[in-house]
Design a protein around this ligand. Structure first.
Ligand code: PMP
Length: 410
C-alpha cells in the first residue's frame, strides 16, 4: 500500500491523531487489541439507534431484522475463514471462551486416562490452561513441542511428540510473542495421520493474513473480535460440523434447546446448541462490519504491507546492539518481543509511553515460554495495517532514548 492509501486508512482512526504525554501517538500494542475505525463505529451507533432488538426470539419487525443481521454476520465470518457452512461458526465471548468450550466439551467427552494432549511451548495461557486442567481431571498426559535454536517451532520435535496416543494437538497459528507463524498445515497433517484432532488458536492470525480453515484442514479454529477491529466480548469458534454435532452443550439456558420437560431436555441444532442466552448481538454484528472493512482493504494487501513494515522494523532494531530480540530474524511477523540489556521491561515500556509509544511489557500470558527463553518478561511492540514507518522510526528513536536515559550509552 502506498503512503496515500495508508493516510486514508489512518484518517479512519482518529485515536491515532491523539497526543500521548505531549507526543505523537505511535500505537504499537495491536497484538493486545486493535483500534476501531470510524465507519465501523458509525454503523454500530446506527444499529443501536435504528435496529436494536433481541435475536431469535420473536416475529416482530425489529427482532426479525436484528436476527437477520446477526445471522448475516455469521455468514461473513464463515466466508472470511472459508468455513464450509455458516453453522460451523459459534459466537463466543472471545478466543479464551472458544478454547475453553472445546476443552470442556470435546475434551471432556474424548480424553481418557493416559491419552496424550500435545501443545507447543509458545502457547498463550488461554490455549494451555484449559488443556492442563482437562489433563489433570482425566489423568491424561500433557506434552510440549519445543523450539529450534532460531526460536521457531521444531518440526522434528512435532514428529517426536505426536504419537499414536495423541488425541488433541493445540497450537497457535501465529505466536503472540515470537513474531512467527507456525507451519500449521504440516502440523495438522502429522496430527491427522495418528487420528488426533487439532485446535488452532488464530488470535494473532486473522487480522494479519488470509485464513482458510478448509485448506489447512483445522478441526477447530478460534479467535477474538477485538484483535480484528470489532468490539471486545465477541469471539468465534469454528469447528467441523461432524465434531460440533457430537459435542454436548457447554452452557445451558434459553435458545439452545429443542424441547424441555421437567426432568429432561433435547438440544437445538448447530449453532444455537452452543449459544445459550442472549448473545453479544452488537459484538457479532460489529464483527461482521469489521470483516467488511478488512475485505475492502484486502487481506493479501494487508499481509504484504505488514511484511514490508516488519522488515523495516527488523532492519532498524537489529542494528541496536543493546537490544535482545526474540523469535526468528527471518520471515518475522509484525510482533516484536525484545529486551534492553540491564533495563526492566516495565521501565522500558514506561519510558516509551512517556514518548507517546504504546507497547506492552510483561509475560504476555505465556509464562512457560518466558522460562524457555530464560527471561521473566519482555517488551512487545506489535504492528497492524494502520501503522506506518513514522511509528517505527519513533519506536527506534524511543528505544535509543531509553537506553541513553538508563545506561548512558547508545
Ligand atoms: N491466544 C493468543 C495467541 C493471544 O494473543 C490471545 C490474546 N492476547 C489470546 C489467545 C486470548 O484472547 P482473548 O483474551 O481475546 O480471549
Amino acid at each position: 500500500m502506498d503512503k496515500e492509501a495508508i493516510t486514508k486508512i489512518r484518517n479512519d482512526f482518529p485515536i491515532l491523531k491523539q497526543k500521548i504525554n505531549g507526543n505523537r501517538l505511535a500505537y504499537l500494542d495491536n497484538a493486545a487489541t486493535m483500534q476501531m475505525p470510524v465507519p465501523i463505529l458509525h454503523k454500530i451507533n446506527s444499529f443501536y439507534q435504528t435496529s436494536y432488538a433481541n435475536v431469535h426470539r420473536s416475529v416482530d419487525t425489529l427482532g426479525f431484522n436484528a436476527t437477520k443481521q446477526y445471522e448475516e454476520a455469521r455468514g461473513k465470518v464463515a466466508s472470511f475463514i472459508n468455513a464450509a457452512d455458516a453453522n460451523e461458526i459459534i459466537f463466543t465471548s472471545g478466543c479464551t471462551d472458544s478454547l475453553n468450550l472445546v476443552a470442556a466439551t470435546y475434551g471432556e467427552q474424548n480424553i481418557h486416562e493416559q491419552d496424550e494432549i500435545v501443545l507447543t511451548i509458545m502457547e498463550h495461557h488461554s490455549n494451555l490452561l484449559p488443556w492442563q486442567q482437562l489433563a489433570k481431571r482425566k489423568g491424561a498426559i500433557l506434552k510440549y513441542i519445543d523450539l529450534t535454536e532460531s526460536q521457531t517451532l521444531d518440526l522434528d520435535d512435532v514428529k517426536k511428540k505426536i504419537t499414536a496416543k495423541t488425541k488433541i494437538v493445540a497450537i497457535a497459528h501465529a505466536s503472540n510473542i515470537l513474531g512467527m507463524m507456525n507451519p500449521i498445515e504440516k502440523v495438522i497433517k502429522i496430527a491427522h495421520q495418528v487420528g488426533a484432532v487439532v485446535v488452532v488458536d488464530g488470535a494473532q492470525a486473522v487480522s494479519h493474513f488470509p485464513v482458510d480453515v478448509q485448506k489447512m484442514d483445522a478441526d477447530f479454529y478460534t479467535f477474538s473480535g477485538h484483535k480484528m477491529l470489532a468490539p471486545t466480548g465477541i469471539g468465534v469458534l469454528y469447528g467441523k460440523k461432524q465434531l460440533l454435532d457430537q459435542m454436548t452443550p457447554y452452557r445451558f439456558g434459553g435458545e439452545m434447546i429443542d424441547n424441555v420437560t421437567k426432568y429432561n431436555a433435547t438440544w437445538a441444532d448447530l449453532p444455537q446448541k452452543f449459544e445459550a442466552g442472549t448473545p453479544n448481538i452488537i459484538g457479532a454484528i460489529g464483527l461482521g462490519y469489521a470483516i467488511d472493512y478488512l475485505h475492502e482493504i484486502g487481506m493479501n494487501r494487508i499481509q504484504t504491507y505488514e511484511n514490508e513494515l516488519s522488515k523495516y522494523l527488523m532492519q532498524k532494531i537489529e542494528k541496536l546492539d543493546f537490544v535482545d530480540i526474540y523469535g526468528p530474524k527471518e520471515n518475522h511477523t509484525g510482533v516484536f518481543s525484545f529486551n534492553l540489556k540491564n533495563i526492566h521491561p516495565h521501565d522500558v515500556a514506561t519510558a516509551l509511553d512517556m514518548q507517546g509509544i504504546e507497547v506492552r511489557a510483561g509475560h504476555h500470558c505465556a509464562q512457560p515460554l518466558m522460562r524457555r527463553l530464560g527471561v521473566e518478561s519482555t517488551v512487545r511492540a506489535s504492528l497492524s495495517f494502520y501503522n506506518n514507518k513514522e511509528d517505527i522510526d519513533q519506536l527506534i528513536a524511543g528505544i535509543s532514548e531509553t537506553e541513553e536515559f538508563f545506561n548512558g550509552t547508545k
